[in-house]
Write a protein that binds this ligand. Structure first.
Ligand SMILES: Cc1ncc(COP(=O)(O)O)c(C=O)c1O
Length: 388
């Protein structure tokens, strides 16, 4: 049996996905396929490192060490051929926290941040809740694939109040992996209009079907000097609950400013087990990750064939990365509220509504397929029941 086929009971573990679904969606007996974590145990090497640290028994304040930095450095080098200096790393409890800290560090109230909907919704919240303004450069759907509207992007970056560009690479919710030419055009525009790039690359280790990730800061030193790149082992190794992310800021003064804001919020260091898990995952997790990626590819293929056969009105955007599948349900001709009602009441399935990701996400649904195949099959059955 494939290790990823094993069912692990997650109810009664204070899991957001399994224990909060009823509260959030309002119904009993829902199968949760929404929030982005996986139903798989982390790699054995991570569990072993955690067990050893727990056995030590003392959990006083802990800091990431030189070996933590080396593990991150080696990881981004071996996975993405990106040479980074551990001196440029800042640690954060998460990538969303880092987006928010960046907004506070590099903008003033009323300044504008350009984002590309449909996109992970904290991209809006971290801007708006800090009294800054979101400017949407909507992605264009062309032949079932998202493309960037560069004319519109240029105009929005040129506005005087625009200070930051939030890039999501790879892109959540579509799984799109931005190509070198696209990143180069983004870079050129950000340099021309003197806009800093905050690049959320949390999904960058979960590349599927031979796709390749290019960190935007990898493109040139000039770009590295104006970018803040957020990475984390949390999605890759399913350790989101351990809250550890690394923020790569090569420019000294940008890094100083970031640290100033972060420390003003009382943030001092990561939690002990987060550091241990991050270091072990990046040092020893690669074999497990490669197995995971094959399993996720098979899940995508399974889902695509299933829906093509049983519910062809729903179009699957085959993800180039990560374990979130963006389903175009507009062919069902249902209002968003009706899509939601049918999924919950009839299908007993909890998915993310596309409209949360921006206006142009309406009519879409996001399904998390990082689960054993039998769970996926059950979810797909429920999906078909909802709309039959
Ligand atoms: C694009 C993106 N960024 C950030 C996060 C969350 O990161 P963290 O838990 O480190 O705040 C997610 C989680 O789904 C995500 O998809």
């Amino acid at each position: 049996m494939n290790r990823f086929d094993a069912l692990v009971e997650r109810k009664m573990t204070n899991s957001v996905k399994w224990d909060l679904t009823k509260e959030i969606f309002g119904y009993d007996e829902l199968l949760p396929m929404w929030v982005a974590d996986m139903d798989f145990p982390s790699p054995d090497e991570v569990l072993k490192a955690l067990h050893e640290r727990v056995n030590h028994g003392v959990f006083g304040y802990t800091i990431p060490s030189e070996s933590t930095g080396r593990a991150i450095q080696q990881w981004v080098n071996q996975r993405h051929n990106w040479k980074t200096d551990p001196k440029s790393y800042v640690y954060s409890s998460g990538v969303v926290a880092a987006l928010s800290t960046s907004v506070l560090a590099y903008t003033e109230p009323g300044d504008q941040v350009v984002v590309q909907p449909p996109v992970y919704y904290p991209f809006f919240d971290t801007v708006e809740k800090n009294n800054r303004v979101v400017l949407g450069n909507e992605l264009l759907l062309e032949n079932g694939r998202y493309e960037i509207d560069f004319d519109d992007l240029g105009k929005k970056l040129a506005e005087k109040k625009t200070k930051l560009f939030f890039l999501c690479n790879p892109q959540n919710p579509s799984g799109r992996v931005w190509r070198r030419e696209e990143l180069e055009r983004i870079a050129e525009l950000c340099i021309k209009h003197d806009v800093l790039i905050i690049s959320d690359e949390i999904h960058s280790d979960l590349l599927l079907f031979g796709n390749k990730h290019i960190p935007i800061a990898y493109l040139s030193e000039e770009l590295a000097q104006r970018s803040i790149t957020c990475i984390s082992p949390s999605k890759t190794f399913n350790i989101a609950g351990l809250q550890a992310a690394a923020i790569i800021i090569p420019n000294d003064s940008l890094r100083r400013k970031y640290n100033e804001i972060q420390s003003s919020q009382g943030f001092f260091t990561l939690n002990t087990l987060g550091i241990v898990a991050m270091e072990a995952a990046y040092s020893y997790g690669e074999g497990w990750l490669n197995e995971l990626l094959s399993y996720l590819e098979e899940n995508v293929t399974f889902l695509t064939a299933y829906l093509q056969e049983k519910l062809p009105a729903v179009k699957v955007m085959v993800p180039e990365s990560t374990y979130l599948v963006w389903l175009d349900a507009s062919g069902l001709n249902l209002e968003d509220n009706e899509l939601k009602r049918l999924l919950l009441q009839k299908g007993k399935l909890a998915l993310e509504q596309g409209s949360k990701y921006g206006k142009n996400g309406a009519g879409f649904l996001r399904m998390n397929i990082a689960c054993p195949r039998s769970t996926l099959e059950e979810g797909l059955k429920r999906f078909v029941v909802a709309f039959s």
